[in-house]
Design a protein around this ligand. Structure first.
Ligand code: GLU
Length: 313
């Protein structure tokens, strides 16, 4: 395994944040979930956690924000570990779509009759329905405990305002969920599946948490530093493969070519990346491009990958 020199990591993280700050002006914060609209678009934070568990941070790396879609690869890992790989992939595919994250169209037009992958909203809502526990609150808690464990700390908190705001306004996700129910793909009642999905999206993290989580995936399920196994190697590999091909919605291919590492973004401004065998990267920058990805996050992940030679392929 190639290790990352501490001085290199520190300098690269610092430089990436400085270079990304002016870019934040080019994006806009998400406003379709009303409670996200008030975020400060100028914030930029970055963290990198290496395979020994050492953390390098710069900017607003301790600023908390909601995970949103960054929760999807974690929920996928938890569902694979608890319900099993077959239960998940009998209901959800493994193929990229090239469509926006909340697209519904292929549920009707595709012959597959199941969501293309677990990282678009349709697939993620199916995965939420498979989380362990008997009702929405147990499933939501299982998610926050698992995500907190991957981040190397206790259970994550939830942003109540963002949760309610999305629950009250999430007509598109409700439409998707009812369509999934009609196809017989949900493992629990439709309202519970939506509630779990909205809860996991509202889980609170900072960039350092995301870097720690990314490092666990990077190390095929081992906790950086301690070497403790937190998920099966197979789970971590499947999740990384899907992040690489589908993690940044209809920008996944471009990012894969440029940065060469698996990553997942969220409309709250977070980005989590896993450079296989090397490190985890977490970033925050709520200004988004038109596809819903953090402008600063993409730029910083690209910069770190180039400077530290993180390309996986
Ligand atoms: N909760 C958001 C939604 O479903 C997540 C989307 C995202 O982060 O891409 O619309």
């Amino acid at each position: 395994m190639r290790t990352i020199e501490q001085a290199d990591a520190r300098a690269a993280v610092e430089r990436a944040v400085q270079a990304a700050r002016p870019l934040a002006r080019e994006g806009a914060v998400a406003s379709y979930i009303p409670a996200l609209a008030g975020a400060d678009s100028s914030l930029v934070g970055l963290a990198l956690v290496d395979s020994d568990g050492r953390a390098f941070e710069s900017g607003d790396s301790r600023r908390r924000f909601t995970m949103q879609s960054v929760s999807k690869p974690l929920a996928l890992a938890l569902a694979m570990e608890s319900a099993g790989e077959d239960a998940v992939f009998s209901r959800v595919g493994k193929e990229p779509t090239g469509d926006p994250f909340n697209s519904i169209i292929r549920l009707e037009t595709s012959e597959r009759r199941k969501p293309f992958n677990p990282l678009i909203n349709a697939g993620a809502i199916v995965v939420s329905s498979l989380l362990p526990g008997s009702g929405a609150s147990e499933k939501g808690e299982a998610f926050r405990a698992f995500a907190g464990r991957l981040a190397g700390r206790g259970t994550l908190e939830r942003d109540e305002e963002v949760f309610r705001s999305e629950r009250e306004t999430g007509a598109r996700n409700r439409s998707i969920a009812w369509f999934l129910a009609e196809l017989g793909l949900l493992a629990c009642p439709v309202d519970d599946a939506l509630e779990v999905y909205f809860r996991q999206c509202a889980a609170l993290v900072d960039a350092l948490d995301l870097a720690r989580i990314g490092a666990v995936f990077a190390l095929d399920g081992l906790e950086p530093g301690t070497g403790e196994r937190l998920m099966a190697a197979r789970t971590a590999r499947v999740v990384k493969a899907l992040m690489f091909t589908c993690g940044l919605y209809d920008e996944s291919g471009e990012f894969g070519v440029d940065a060469g590492i698996p990553a997942k973004s969220g409309v709250g401004g977070g980005l989590m990346a896993a450079a296989p065998g090397r490190c985890g990267i977490g970033s925050y920058g709520p200004a988004l491009d038109r596809r819903g990805n953090s402008v600063a996050g993409l730029a910083m992940a690209r910069a770190l990958s180039a400077e530290l030679g993180l390309y996986a392929l």
